[in-house]
Ligand binder design. Structure first.
Ligand SMILES: [Zn+2]
Length: 273
């Protein structure tokens, strides 16, 4: 049976919460869910007695630090069976290929980006296409239907389609309990309408409509603890360190609303050009 994670001792404070590669110590988020990412990029480990799930990996440059975090919890890398993604940009998942080699885990992906993951090349459907650097190709990738439930032991991880920031954007929702108190955790994808110079969110066939729908979908999610890929978007590390409230059942709705407002502003700017 996979070993249950135990809190790691040395604590390493962050110099910059925007640094994708700066290492920091792992933290318990809630129940058997752990933050094993860097100062700037979230990586989440969901531990179950039947095997563990990892969501995102941070960039390739941070892969060794993320693996070190996992090992420092007493977790065997080979007990990570499944890797899930928020979206196919290298800052969040550039390390997946090497994480996969170290763990033997399979990668489960939205069907619309399986080919992108296998080639390591983003394509023009991505709003930031001209500015992206790609990532190491991933081999063992399996597509799933949107809104699927990924099961690991008794843990059910619900997929929330969140295209818009990227084509394969995904949120993930699951339940964690401490004694008899259970909380709904949501790892929301980015809702940033960020693009290269040529992309128009108002163009037909763009991801503009999808992004709006993603905000609406996230706003409806049952959500006690919001996790974001860039921790600064939800003050995640401050919340995990007890400096701000961790639990806020309005956090997903507020985050969704802020994303929707940014999209409206962006569409207005495109109109005025
Ligand atoms: Zn991104």
């Amino acid at each position: 049976m996979p070993s249950a994670p135990t809190p790691a001792s040395p604590q390493t404070a962050c110099k910059s919460l925007d640094d994708w590669n700066e290492p920091t110590h792992p933290r318990r988020i809630y129940g058997n869910t752990w933050y094993v990412g860097t100062c700037g990029i979230s990586v989440v480990l969901i531990a179950t007695p039947q095997g563990h799930v990892l969501i995102d990996s941070a960039p390739e440059k941070a892969a060794a630090a993320v693996r070190q975090n996992i090992l420092s919890l007493g977790v065997r890398l080979s007990d990570i069976k499944t890797i899930l993604l928020t979206h196919e940009h290298h800052d969040h998942m550039g390390g997946v290929a090497s994480m996969q080699k170290a763990t033997g885990a399979k990668v489960l992906s939205r069907s619309n980006v399986v080919d992108v993951l296998k080639t390591g090349k983003n394509d023009r459907r991505d709003p930031q296409f001209n500015e992206l650097t790609g990532f190491n190709p991933i081999t063992n990738v399996h597509g799933f239907e949107d809104s699927s439930t990924i099961k690991m032991g008794n843990t059910q991880i619900q997929h929330i389609p969140m295209s818009g920031h990227a084509l394969g954007g995904s949120g993930w929702a699951w339940l964690e309990c401490e004694k008899s108190i259970c909380k709904n955790l949501v790892f929301a994808d980015s809702l940033g309408s960020i693009s290269d110079d040529t992309y128009r969110y108002s163009a037909p066939n763009s991801l503009g409509v999808a992004l709006k729908e993603s905000s609406e979908r996230l706003a409806k999610a049952t959500c006690d603890i919001l996790i974001t890929g860039h921790g600064t978007a939800s003050d995640l590390l401050a919340r995990l360190d007890g400096k701000k409230p961790l639990i806020d059942e309005k956090a997903c709705a507020n985050y969704a609303q802020a994303g929707a407002l940014r999209l409206e502003t962006r569409l207005q700017q495109e109109k005025n050009k």
